[in-house]
Ligand binder design. Structure first.
Ligand SMILES: [Zn+2]
Length: 319
């Protein structure tokens, strides 16, 4: 999610307005492109999480619970352990709804992959699994927003199980993002590890539709320029390249994404963050944000860039 109160028409206009890249072009690539990967599981996770039987994955709904069961089953299949506090982090928070403020009950999902070099420092890799549910009989499947981020985190988790990260990694799938970043706010208020041990939040939200401008935007390097030096060398993948921006004082209104998703509570707590996401597209926050709109090669490229970003940050942080 990024803007929930905007009319769909203005969102579509904004997508057009946002299409001008504002960041500089990436410098000469220093990392080889990842080898061609099999994205069958990535696409299967996306398809399952955005299917009609998930009913738009609203917080507290049966569809949300079904999505949660699926994510837990995938973590267990991958052999990703639970942290000491347990796999699930339930919460009750005040949030928003189409009819005004209300109390929401949600559940974050957490996995832990121990690091090799800096195991007492954590990268918190996040994606929200909730979406906005069903309205007027129409299911908002939220394929891009944000089944795509969940599928990408699961893909990264699979690779980290094969080649361990340097930092310990908390994989966190947030609930209640669409209702006011509720799961992320709760996590920062009641973290499973001390906030002082969190080196970075890398947040993935809307990863599968980079076709608007063929960019995956990395937000937060204005606030943390040292992180930009770690990411600049990442080569484009297929037709998609990493871009920097949407985070400066000149990026105004809905073109500034510093507080647009679950990284915002981490930023507010003074923790470094990078947010990865694609530009607005015509299906954003519409019932048409469906699996069949996703171009597999485009999603695959954006997922590979996300993976490369994770590795570059993991290797470069606190060196
Ligand atoms: Zn979202």
């Amino acid at each position: 999610m990024r803007l929930k109160l905007l009319a769909a028409a203005s969102v579509a206009l904004m997508a057009a307005a946002c299409a001008m890249p504002t960041g500089p072009t990436p410098s000469t690539p220093i990392e080889a492109a990842a080898p061609a990967a099999d994205h069958a599981q990535l696409l299967e996770d996306l398809r399952i999480l955005s299917a009609d039987d998930m009913q738009g994955r609203d917080t507290g709904s049966e569809g949300g619970a079904k999505a949660r069961e699926y994510i837990v089953s995938r973590l267990e299949a991958l052999g990703v352990q639970a942290p000491l506090m347990g796999r699930l982090q339930p919460w009750e928070m005040q949030g928003r709804s189409p009819t005004g403020p209300r109390t929401w009950n949600g559940t974050n999902i957490i996995g832990l992959i121990p690091g090799t070099r800096a195991s007492d420092k954590y990268i918190v890799l996040t994606a929200h699994y909730d979406h906005v549910g069903v309205h007027e009989g129409q299911i908002y499947n939220g394929a891009d927003d944000n089944a795509s981020g969940v599928a990408t985190v699961l893909e990264i988790a699979q690779r980290l199980k094969a080649e361990a990260p340097e930092h310990s990694v908390l994989l966190v799938f947030f609930d209640g993002e669409e209702r006011g970043l509720l799961g992320a706010r709760h996590f920062v208020e009641a973290p499973p590890v001390p906030l002082s041990s969190i080196a970075l939040n890398l947040n993935l939200d809307m990863i599968s539709r980079p076709e608007t401008d063929k960019k995956l935007w990395a937000v937060g390097t204005y606030q943390h320029p040292n992180l930009r030096t770690l990411l600049e060398g990442i080569a484009p993948n297929g037709d998609v390249s990493l871009a920097f921006g949407k985070d400066t004082p000149q990026d105004e209104g809905n073109d500034n994404w510093v507080n647009a998703s679950d990284h915002a509570p981490f930023h507010a707590a003074g923790l470094p963050f990078i947010y990865l996401g694609v530009n607005y597209h015509p299906d954003y926050h519409r019932p048409s944000d469906d699996f069949d709109k996703v171009i597999p090669a485009m999603f695959g490229s954006a997922a590979e860039l996300s993976y490369s970003a994770f590795r570059a940050l993991d290797r470069g942080l606190s060196r």
